[in-house]
Write a protein that binds this ligand. Structure first.
Ligand SMILES: Nc1nc(O)c(N)c(N[C@@H]2O[C@H](COP(=O)(O)O)[C@@H](O)[C@H]2O)n1
Length: 151
């Protein structure tokens, strides 16, 4: 059975990058994966001045709105690095928070799908044909943590 998730308040909401699970990466604490991911779009770019505002955003929705502002230029290599950036953040989230790690592990080998009606890259999109990269990352993180737990 495929497990669909999207909004934080829906079933499996802890799989959303908007869930309130802080992560620490290279000595900096980020309130959510979404805060971290949106900020990384500008690392080393001429728009890097926006990073502290994204970090301080009161909600992941606000962080996403800042990062998605169409007039800001993203770092030149963003398309090449964005899935690695996301995977590192999602792995950190599920290693740090053992309560949701358990929820992830209990999904066994089920297919996980971000049921975004608009996102055909991270999610499956409105017609379910999207690439579902977030779901794929979660499944690969699940496998990596399984190996770590088994030792
Ligand atoms: N708008 C929105 N609301 C949510 O609750 C979501 N989980 C998402 N999806 C996330 O949006 C991020 C992609 O952002 P960019 O389009 O690359 O700026 C990614 O974290 C998705 O999982 N969207």
């Amino acid at each position: 059975m495929t497990i669909y998730f999207y909004k934080v308040w829906q079933p499996y909401g802890c799989f959303s990058n908007f869930s309130p699970h802080p992560i620490e990466i290279q000595g900096t604490y980020w309130p959510t994966v979404e805060h971290y991911y949106q900020a990384q779009k500008f690392v080393g770019s001429e728009e890097a001045i926006i990073i502290p505002s994204i970090h301080a955003a009161a909600t992941p929705e606000e962080a996403a709105a800042l990062g998605r502002c169409g007039t800001r230029k993203l770092r030149y290599d963003w398309e090449m690095v964005k899935t690695d950036v996301m995977r590192a953040a999602v792995l950190k989230k599920f290693i740090t928070h053992t309560d949701i790690q358990e929820i992830l592990l209990v999904t066994g080998d089920e297919v996980l799908v971000e049921n975004s009606p608009t996102d055909y890259f991270w999610g499956c999109g409105a017609d379910k044909t999207g690439q579902n990269h977030l779901g794929k990352i979660l499944m690969s993180v699940r496998e990596e943590i399984r190996q770590l737990v088994r030792g």
